[in-house]
Design a protein around this ligand. Structure first.
Ligand code: PLP
Length: 379
């Protein structure tokens, strides 16, 4: 019997504790483990950088939710990205990245991994011909975000997987915005899924974390080796908090989507809003692809404000229930100005975002209160 998503979220990797029957995996705050004779490890645990039971529970659960063979939990999303890239690439290799990638991911390529010898090209991933044209013999990875941050662009995962595989490259999908509840990249042909579990997976704005999930055993083994060798692991307290969040991912995502749809309706009819970015809107250029590969369209919404940059900043400043802050994916609604906040590091680059853009992470509060707050913030 195949278990449903919510059942896996609550039970996968989370068997009641064998000693006490505790229904929630305990926080194993421990660095080392007694061996029963040299090399006689209990359950494979020797040192918590290599493996820790609380982290194992989270990793098993994430692998089950993404339909992969191996899940790995890291100290942050960027730690997961760095470990993945330095596992599968060598200096001189080439990576195709989205032309509106998350600013921190772009910075990792532009300021850290380029110095290490990785070559990258930002390409509009919605344009399959442009992606094909950008492939080189040394291309090792096509890096996909869908939906993208902050412009909610959509890329066709199945199509890009076939382009990557034709060229001998891996398809990596950053599934942070959709979460495994709304989108399952591995089933569409991706090789690895990346998460900032800080966002929807954790869901409560109380922990930083990242994850990788591999589709294939050999790559899973290689990533596990590098997770230990590079050492950017999630600690047991963080793994526990993230796992507690995961249990309610499905119900939270449905409410995020319900509320976002109502927010989009308000924005579309508001005279001070000149453009709304949400893949659920029928005229969104990626709508058809999103409808094919996503269950619903998520809780992230961006829009451009009439009157330019200052008008967008003023909307952010006037919002009350929408808290002014970076990050996304928590139960509370957030508002931000990407140009000056999350995406400031992309200023002057091909990934610069419009100055009049506002980004919302629509939370799961009472929707009427969210609509009232947005209306007063827009003025
Ligand atoms: C889409 C996406 N990927 C990766 C990251 C990086 O994750 P972290 O902040 O957990 O390092 C973020 C952070 O905002 C993100 O939005």
């Amino acid at each position: 019997m195949t278990e449903g998503f919510e059942t896996l979220a609550i039970h996968a990797g989370q068997e009641p504790d064998s000693l006490t029957g505790a229904v929630v995996p305990p926080i194993y705050a421990v660095s080392t483990y007694k061996q029963d004779g040299v090399g006689g490890l209990r359950g494979g645990y020797e040192y918590s950088r290599s493996a820790n039971p609380t982290r194992t529970a989270l990793e098993s659960c994430l692998a089950a939710l993404e339909g992969g063979v191996r899940g790995l939990a890291f100290a942050s999303g960027l730690a997961a990205e760095d470990t993945l890239l330095r596992t599968v690439c060598r200096p001189g290799d080439h990576v195709i990245i989205p032309d509106d990638a998350y600013g921190g991911t772009y910075r990792l390529f532009a300021k850290v991994l380029e110095r290490w010898g990785l070559v990258y090209d930002p390409v509009p991933l919605g344009d399959a011909a442009a992606v094909r044209a950008a492939m080189r013999p040394e291309t090792k990875v096509i890096w996909v975000e869908t939906p993208t941050n902050p412009l909610l662009g959509i890329a066709d995962i199945e199509r890009l997987a076939s382009i990557a595989h034709d060229g001998g490259a891996l398809l990596v999908v950053d599934n942070t915005f959709a979460s495994p509840y709304l989108q399952q990249p591995l089933a569409l042909g991706a090789d690895v899924v990346v998460h900032s579990t800080t966002k929807y997976v954790g869901g409560h704005s109380d922990v930083i974390g990242g994850a990788l999930v591999a589709r294939d055993v050999a790559l899973g083994e290689e990533l596990t080796y590098h997770q230990n060798a590079m050492g950017a692991v999630a600690g047991p307290f963080d793994a526990w908090l993230t796992l507690r969040g995961v249990k309610t991912l499905g119900v939270r995502m449905d409410r995020h989507c319900d509320n976002a749809e109502r927010v989009v309706d308000l924005l579309l009819s508001h005279p001070k809003v000149i453009e709304v970015f949400y893949p659920g809107i029928e005229r969104h250029p990626g709508h058809e692809v999103a409808a094919k590969q996503m269950k619903r369209f998520g809780g992230m919404v961006s829009f451009r404000v009439a009157g330019g940059e200052q008008a967008a900043v003023d909307v952010c400043d006037r919002a009350r229930l929408f808290t002014l802050g970076e990050s996304l994916g928590g139960v509370e609604s957030l508002i931000e100005h990407p140009g000056r906040m999350t995406h400031a590091s992309a200023a002057g680059s091909p990934l610069e975002v419009p100055a009049d853009l506002v980004r919302l992470s629509v939370g799961i509060e009472t929707v009427g209160d969210l609509l009232d707050d947005l209306s007063q913030a827009l003025g």
